[in-house]
Design a protein around this ligand. Structure first.
Ligand code: BG6
Length: 503
């Protein structure tokens, strides 16, 4: 039952240009710039959301010049932009707004060079994107102030890892806050920029249907899954982090907040972030003995079959990291202690080298209070709402219907399926396209506020501490599966099962 309607132009086809800007990207030679930032900005440029009155200024230690940076930008577009969006004329105009400053952050004299690239017209928005290690945030912010590059309306963009725990996260925030005020700081969690994640807000707050039943009276439990099929061991950073810090502390808790929060009074940034913060502060602490009962961590093992061979996490690691106890999988049961969600568990799971790549939120409703279908074949099953974030974005409602045909009442579960790919013909924008320009618009709605970040760490830290103190290593699971058996036991102990897409 696919509902297809291409009559309505989507909102994304209406492009509202932003003010001209100077975007200064520290760490311009890094992977994030090449893979994400440049392609995202190109798409927005191509759509006419900004033009050659804006500037993108790369800063990094490597001794490049403007031409070299422009060449890298061209390469990034060829590699990461969909071929039908690449056209030489636009690419030429786009890269002409790129310039480069070779600057060793710790060397004071280099800092003067940035002056020639930054325009002083107050109407030109000034943004600093710090795509560098967090220990450089403090020194960069200090220099920006000292060299008069700081402006009261300038924006600074930072991205994870924003700490390893509450203490280190506070240090990072303090270092930035010595120069920039909170309303100038844009903390990226790229999940919030995903179209389907924003759609959660539309689903909940632009429809009358769900809100009256969005509570413990009608919902049995909620599942959040972010499964990836890729491995992790070759990424140096990952072994220092692990799945709890890499995915749960940020992306998955943000998703949980959007699902669980009270309706904000408006779409004002702080109205929304206040509600998310309340959810984080209502999370039942998990610590000490509870950790073994309500959390599971795993690490993937390699598999070899006739057709393929996948290395274990351990085998991917360099020699000096062998024996690592870093988790590549986490499942846990979270509870929110407030009126709306009392008694409704939220089961979260995320992992690398899982059976498939899928991110979804499953809302499992309660069963009907009384069935009139005593003589029907097939008992009514409780409704289930599945919000698929990626891939195959869409929303599915599993409903009971009468199986068509004569011969009495047979009940059957079928999906009411809203597939975004089939409904809309436009390309789904990447998260960074939205987020990078929200910085220019001065809209902080989709960025994490400091108190949210710190509330998330406060909840995560006791779990991490209990794991670090536990004698046991993460449970092994075979690459290409749904994680260790403990994750299945975690939910089955409560008489429930993980959602498997049979539709
Ligand atoms: C990043 C994590 O934040 O998110 C990665 O560091 C992870 O480990 C990635 O692979 C997942 O993002 P996406 O957009 O591919 O779901």
């Amino acid at each position: 039952m696919n509902y297809i309607d291409r009559r309505h132009p989507s909102v994304s086809s209406r492009i509202i240009p932003v003010q001209p800007f100077d975007y200064v990207v520290f760490g311009a030679t890094g992977d994030l710039t090449r893979r994400k930032l440049i392609p995202a900005l190109y798409y927005r440029f191509k759509d006419g959301q900004f033009d050659d009155q804006s500037r993108i200024i790369g800063v990094s230690r490597t001794k490049w010049d403007d031409a070299e940076f422009q060449k890298v930008a061209r390469g990034a577009i060829t590699e990461f932009v969909e071929p039908e969006y690449q056209d030489n004329k636009t690419i030429g105009r786009f890269v002409s707004i790129f310039s480069y400053v070779a600057n060793d952050v710790s060397d004071e004299k280099n800092w003067n060079d940035l002056k020639n690239n930054l325009r002083t017209d107050p109407k030109i928005v000034r943004a600093f994107y710090l795509a560098v290690a967090p220990d450089l945030f403090g020194p960069i912010c200090q220099y920006l102030a000292k060299k008069d590059y700081y402006r009261r309306d300038a924006r600074v963009v930072i991205e994870k890892p924003l700490g390893r725990d509450l203490g280190s996260s506070m240090e990072i925030n303090d270092a930035v806050a010595r120069i920039f005020r909170e309303d100038q700081v844009y903390r990226i969690d790229h999940y919030l920029g995903k179209e389907t994640v924003q759609n959660l807000l539309a689903l909940r707050f632009a429809n009358i249907l769900f809100e009256p039943i969005w509570n413990s009276a009608h919902i049995d439990h909620i599942q959040l899954t972010v499964a990836e099929s890729v491995g992790a061991g070759t990424r140096g950073y990952y072994d220092e982090s692990g799945a709890l810090r890499d995915m749960i502390q940020n992306h998955m808790l943000q998703l949980l907040c959007l699902v669980a929060m009270e309706p904000p009074a408006s779409d004002d940034a702080d109205a929304l972030r206040d509600e998310k913060l309340k959810v984080l502060r209502s999370l039942k602490p998990i610590g000490g003995a509870d950790v073994a009962r309500t959390t599971v961590r795993g690490q993937y093992r390699g598999v070899t079959s006739e057709t393929a061979s996948v290395k274990s996490y351990q085998d991917e690691l360099p020699d000096d990291k062998k024996g690592s106890r870093t988790e590549t999988f986490v499942a846990l049961k979270a509870e929110i202690e407030n009126w709306r969600w009392s008694g409704v568990p939220f089961y979260l799971r995320t992992g690398k080298r899982m059976a498939t790549r899928v991110s979804e939120i499953v809302i499992q409703f309660r069963n009907i209070p009384h069935s009139i279908f005593d003589h029907a074949e097939g008992a009514p099953k409780p409704n289930r709402l599945i919000i698929r974030l990626q891939p195959d974005e869409g929303v599915k409602m599993l409903m009971m219907i009468k199986d068509p045909g004569p011969g009495g009442m047979r009940l059957r579960e079928v999906p009411l399926n809203l597939s975004f790919a089939q409904t809309f013909s436009e390309r789904t924008p990447e998260a960074y396209e939205r987020l990078l320009l929200d910085v220019i618009r001065g809209n902080q709605t989709l960025f994490m506020r400091r108190d949210e970040l710190e509330a998330a760490w406060s909840w995560i830290d006791p779990i991490r501490q209990a794991w670090d103190a536990a004698p046991d290593a993460p449970q092994p699971y075979s690459a290409g599966t749904w994680g260790p058996t403990g994750a299945i036991a975690l939910i089955e102990r409560d008489g429930r099962t993980w959602h498997e897409d049979g539709h």
